[in-house]
Design a protein around this ligand. Structure first.
Ligand code: SAM
Length: 221
């Protein structure tokens, strides 16, 4: 019942506030047609990423977890003039679909899509001196979230914003008995945030067409 209400509110908001265009809709459709899992951010969440990226006037964005490039398109459209998005994806098929979607959306010139495990791509970015990133969106394998967060801290600057998706996991975040690796990754993130003096952070619970979840938001001090 609750999910129906949350979905109806998303359905009410999306056409008014999101103004999805053909490229975003086509990216989602092409991803489904190519057999990618339907786990991209929702349109309203894509708009939230844009609002957040614009709040910090992001020029250099790092995304961990590209899938079909839906959130990447939102981020690429959010960066300031001359800005770039580096996005990391482990699955070559996902990356191939994403690259095509980015080209179709006219943002491929602003996006550096790297194929490989993020934990291997991140040190390469550091060696290249790719940071500091103004905005980091972590949305890949959940057990690795604490590692990605530590990397995000290395690759950002005071004032940067780090957003981590899907950390509430239908409330399982609060289950201290959980043995689920994804939940354990999210709980370790919360411990990190609790003890990390270099960020000011919170977790915001969310509901919507994808159910009950939430995002961690951390501004680097
Ligand atoms: N951000 C995308 C969006 O909203 O459109 C959704 C990303 S999806 C939730 C997670 C993606 O992370 C998948 O495409 C998956 O293949 C990728 N992934 C999983 N493990 C990874 C890893 N170790 N390194 C990089 N990407 C990984």
């Amino acid at each position: 019942m609750a999910n129906d209400v949350w979905t109806s509110v998303d359905d009410y908001l999306a056409p008014r506030l999101v103004k999805q265009d053909g490229a975003l809709e086509a990216a989602r459709a092409a991803s489904v047609a190519a057999g990618l899992p339907e786990i991209a951010v929702t349109p309203v969440q894509g708009k939230l990423l844009q609002v957040l990226a614009k709040t910090v006037a992001a020029k250099h964005v790092l995304e961990i977890g590209t899938l079909g490039g839906y959130s990447t398109i939102w981020l690429a459209r959010s960066v300031a003039e001359g800005g770039r998005v580096v996005t990391l994806e482990a699955d070559p098929h996902h990356a191939q679909v994403a690259q095509q979607n980015l080209e179709n959306a006219g943002v491929a010139d602003r996006v550096d899509l790297r194929v490989g495990k993020a934990i291997e791509s991140l040190p390469v970015l550091e060696q290249e001196g790719a940071g500091p990133f103004d905005f980091v969106f972590i949305d890949a394998d959940k057990p690795s979230i604490p590692d990605y967060f530590r990397w995000a801290l290395k690759l950002t600057r005071p004032g940067s914003l780090i957003v981590v998706d899907n950390v509430v996991r239908k409330g399982k975040l609060a289950d201290s008995e959980s043995r689920d690796d994804a939940v354990l990754g999210c709980r370790r993130l919360v411990e990190l945030l609790e003890n990390e003096s270099r960020v000011c952070a919170t977790v915001l619970q969310t509901v919507g067409e994808k159910g009950h979840d939430g995002m961690a938001l951390a501004v680097v001090l």
